[in-house]
Ligand binder design. Structure first.
Ligand code: HT7
Ligand code: ZN
Length: 876
């Protein structure tokens, strides 16, 4: 059993001070020389051997202080290199030589070569695929890296830190030497070599130091890198202004590569990105793409302080860097764009991805205590719930105190590898507030559920609000304790204005935050002259589910008048979900499908309200997805019934709001020159949602086809293509638009990903055959994670009626795909597999068919550790 436990954490027996690496790059054979300076840690077992990590390495040399080591002094066992009889008092140098094959590395972990580019991915445990090493985050060393390669094919040789030497060698080769003065763990090491284009800029820091900024992309794509560069400069400025954080090297580089397992990687001074998160121009990128690029460029940059300067002691602390950095990224996006719109998007994401994870077989705490494969813990719980936990600390302490705590964290732990306890202690020490109860959020998995009920005593103007909390059992954690939950709460009077109680008893209330700390708690509010509509969890101040039987008129009042826009959106969303769930039930029992006029009226009201910002209106007008409806129903899910119910409700909304949607669909924004800013994006989003309702109301593909033909940017083009493909699947207009798109972007793999996804998500039983045919398209490449996610990933995770065909054929296809893909790329495959984690919520026939295929996968005894871990937990 290779399970790793938090309680087993021990510091290393040896301290690594410096490492000198020499890479001689060849695609079929690369040699890596590593010279490491160690000394024995005081107090450690003085006879302990040095145990280094390795994975798929060929060892070609081993020397101690320059002398080859005799075979009896070392052993290679279970991927470890174990060296005995090392000096006790004085430091020593160990030289290790390894051979690796970058072109054969399809896992994209370690050093790999694709499309003529050598690049690395070392987080979490990729460095051990390059050389034997202390591959753990609490070993921080100073690196000097020499890269030797053929100059014609690899004119560019990059690593972390500063370039200290560069020269020509014989046989057409050249070398570059880089030195990074900041001690770092191996997971932040990076190397890139190849032939790439570049754009350059500079940033002057708050202490007036000039930093060179370089962004490398495929030749010919330089024109699409400007937005990412601009985002980087805004992020650097923002981090100085908001958190007092200044960049620390003379150069900051970003390289965009096309084969990458995740979004991006924060290697010190040399970030490596999936090119889909760098490249953007109006013709090829949507507004959502622009938003994501801005966010991820900022996220990786922010890691320079939260992750790199202060890193994790061990991988159980992953949320220390990821949760905090996501929170910083969210605050950045909120400051750059519309705060409420950004917050609604975060809430939607959390509910769509983290809540299901937290209520399914893969649930785990923000700070787990054990793992089999750490790659599988880069999850929405560690990232997004982790971010929400930091946000709650800010809500509890207030922004100024949050900043004080974070300042202390940077001061106290700079250069360290620390724990979540160290992080929390800084907030306690800086503010005097006890966070010991709050800390449970890190340790307890599962989404807390709050039941609310209220009573209003008209005679005395008193409102009693009773809140009860519970957290469902999760794997390995049966019993749960009550948490400290900060709930922003508003009282909306009959005229729509906020009401303020004269006093509160039953618990702490500061500003509009109620501090729920017990299992059951009754807050009593005095001085409320009329019965208010109670708006719970404003701004989504806590990541919880709330069961509150609000009268419908209260929900409508909140939807129409709440001063907090997030709560307004949530109220409309609840109205819509109630209607959609009722419609689904009717559909299953063969009754006429009811559509609540309160919903259609409220939505039409939103469509007609000129005071609201367009981006917010677009969000409010978007009906919950079929997956959202399924999650709301929770069990015995029938995706076909949901599909039919949603279309029926959509058509009713479309008909009721026809006039308003017609007005919105001809917004003048279309003719203005393109700008990627949030306001322009909001106008496009609103026009496109209006267009989709009109298409539903009129049942005519022509307007969408015309919109497709006249589109001058990708947002409008793909929106029109989606309407055609999803609402007019077999129509001649749809066929023509799909063919046009395929041809127009024939040489643009990233842009064709949108074409793959649009078709993979067409509802209904034909989806499987469509996906299978698309896999034979020459643009599909099973070796490229973006292609796989765009087609197979989108089909499995975002096409509920198509993927969950009642005959189970799609499960069987998917299982075969998983088994093949696992041989090539386990990290990617294990992530794809999670698309089926909620299979047990399906109705019986589908659930049983899904189970057969999952068990078939599990019965293979040669699965990767990544896939074995996921499938076994799914089936437990
Ligand atoms: N910290 C980075 C995580 C990451 C990663 C993890 C496992 C395998 C491949 C990976 N690529 C990047 C990205 C981030 O969260 O900032
Ligand atoms: Zn991150």
């Amino acid at each position: 059993d290779r399970t790793v436990y938090l309680e087993d954490y021990r510091p290393t027996d040896f301290v690594l001070e410096t490492v000198e690496l020499i890479f001689e790059l060849g695609e079929n054979l690369t040699t890596v020389g590593s010279e490491m300076r160690f000394y024995r840690r005081g107090g450690a077992d003085q006879s302990a051997p040095l145990v280094l990590d390795g994975d798929s390495l060929a060892l070609s040399g081993l020397a101690l202080d320059g002398k080859p080591l005799l075979p009896e002094r070392y052993e290679q066992k279970h991927d470890k290199l174990i060296i005995h009889d090392l000096p006790t008092d004085e430091p020593f140098t160990l030289t290790v030589k390894t051979r690796i094959k970058p072109a054969e590395n399809t896992q994209l972990l370690g050093l790999y070569r694709t499309n003529g580019i050598y690049s690395t991915q070392c987080e979490a445990e990729g460095f051990r695929r390059i050389s034997y090493f202390y591959d753990r985050p609490d070993v921080l060393a100073v690196y000097t890296v020499t890269i030797i390669a053929d100059k014609a094919t690899s004119p560019l040789l990059l690593s972390n830190g500063n370039l200290v030497e560069q020269k020509e060698l014989e046989d057409g080769r050249h070398m570059a030497k880089w030195h990074d003065p900041f001690p770092k763990p191996a997971y932040l090491f990076a190397l890139v070599a190849g032939d790439l284009g570049m754009i350059e800029d500079k940033f002057t820091t708050m202490s007036r130091r000039d930093v060179t900024l370089r962004l490398f992309v495929e030749h010919g794509k330089e024109g699409r890198a400007g937005y990412a560069m601009n985002s980087l400069k805004r992020a650097m400025k923002w981090d100085e202004e908001r958190f007092g954080r200044e960049y620390d090297l003379d150069i900051f580089m970003i390289v965009a590569v096309s084969d990458f397992n995740m979004g991006a990687m924060e290697n010190k001074g040399l970030n490596i990105f999936n090119d889909r998160l760098i490249l953007a121009d109006p013709e090829t990128a949507t507004d959502d793409d622009y938003g994501r690029i801005e966010a991820v460029v900022a996220h990786e940059y922010f890691h320079n302080w939260t992750g790199n300067r202060i890193t994790c002691r061990d991988w159980f602390q992953l949320s220390l860097k990821e949760g905090l950095t996501v929170y910083r990224e969210h605050e950045f996006s909120a400051d750059q764009r519309s705060r409420s719109v950004i917050r609604v998007e975060e809430v939607k994401f959390l509910r769509a991805h983290q809540f299901p994870e937290d209520s399914g077989p893969l649930a785990h705490p923000v700070r787990p205590t054990q793992y089999l494969e750490i790659d599988n813990f880069y999850t929405t719980t560690v990232y997004e719930k982790g971010s929400e936990v930091s946000r709650m600390i800010a809500t509890i302490l207030g922004q100024d105190n949050f900043r004080k705590g974070l300042d202390l964290y940077f001061e106290r732990h700079d250069g360290g590898a620390v724990t979540i306890e160290d992080y929390l202690k800084c907030f306690e020490d800086a503010t005097g507030r006890d966070l010991s109860h709050f800390a449970l959020w890190y340790h307890q998995a599962g989404t807390p559920e709050i039941t609310a009920s209220s009573e209003y005593d008209e005679k005395v103007g008193r409102l009693s609000l009773t809140l009860s909390q519970s957290t469902p059992s999760t794997p390995g954690q049966k019993e749960k304790k009550p948490l400290h939950i900060p709930l922003r709460t508003g009282f909306i009077g009959p005229n729509g204005d906020d009401m303020e109680p004269s006093s509160v008893s039953g618990g702490e209330r500061r500003d509009d935050v109620l501090h729920l700390t017990k299992e059951h708690q009754t807050f009593v509010f005095e001085g409320l002259g009329a019965r208010p509509a109670v708006s719970l969890n404003r701004d989504f101040s806590a990541p919880v589910k709330i069961e509150y039987d609000l009268p419908k008129e209260d929900l409508v009042r909140i939807a129409q008048h709440e001063s907090d826009l997030v709560a307004r959106w949530d109220a409309v969303n609840t109205l819509a979900l109630n209607t959609l769930a009722a419609a689904t039930r009717a559909c299953q029992s063969g009754e006429t499908i009811p559509v609540d006029p309160a919903l259609t009226d409220t939505l039409t009201g939103f469509a007609e309200d000129d005071a609201l910002e367009p981006a917010f209106k677009a969000l409010a007008l978007t009906l919950p997805s079929e997956l959202d409806i399924g999650r709301r129903i929770g069990q015995d899910i029938d995706p076909d019934a949901i599909h039919l119910a949603r279309n029926t409700v959509r058509d009713a909304v479309a008909k009721a709001g026809h006039k308003a949607f017609s007005a919105l669909s001809v917004s003048p924004a279309e003719d203005a020159p393109f700008s990627a800013d949030a306001e322009s994006a909001g106008k496009r989003a609103l026009r496109n949602i209006a267009l989709s309702y009109l298409a539903a109301a009129n049942g005519d593909a022509t307007p969408a086809k015309e919109a497709y033909d006249r589109a001058t940017n990708m947002t409008d083009r793909i929106a029109a293509l989606r309407i055609l493909a999803h609402q007019f699947t077999g129509a001649a207009e749809t066929k023509a638009a799909l063919e046009d798109y395929r041809e127009r972007f024939a040489r643009e793999p990233l842009v064709l990903d949108k074409w793959f996804t649009t078709q993979a998500t067409i509802a209904g039983p034909d989806a499987l055959e469509r996906v299978q045919n698309l896999m034979s398209d020459t643009a599909f490449d099973i070796g490229n994670p973006n292609r796989v996610r765009a087609l197979v990933g989108a089909f499995a995770s975002s096409n509920p009626s198509g993927f969950n065909r009642p005959d189970g054929a799609a499960y069987s296809f998917f299982a075969n795909f998983i088994l093949t893909s696992d041989k090539r790329n386990p990290t990617l495959t294990a992530r794809l597999m999670t698309a089926m984690r909620s299979f047990s919520a399906l109705e019986k026939t589908r659930r049983e068919k899904a189970l057969i295929e999952l068990e078939r996968i599990a019965s293979h005894d040669d699965l990767s550790r990544n896939l074995r871990d996921i499938i076994d937990r799914m089936l437990k």
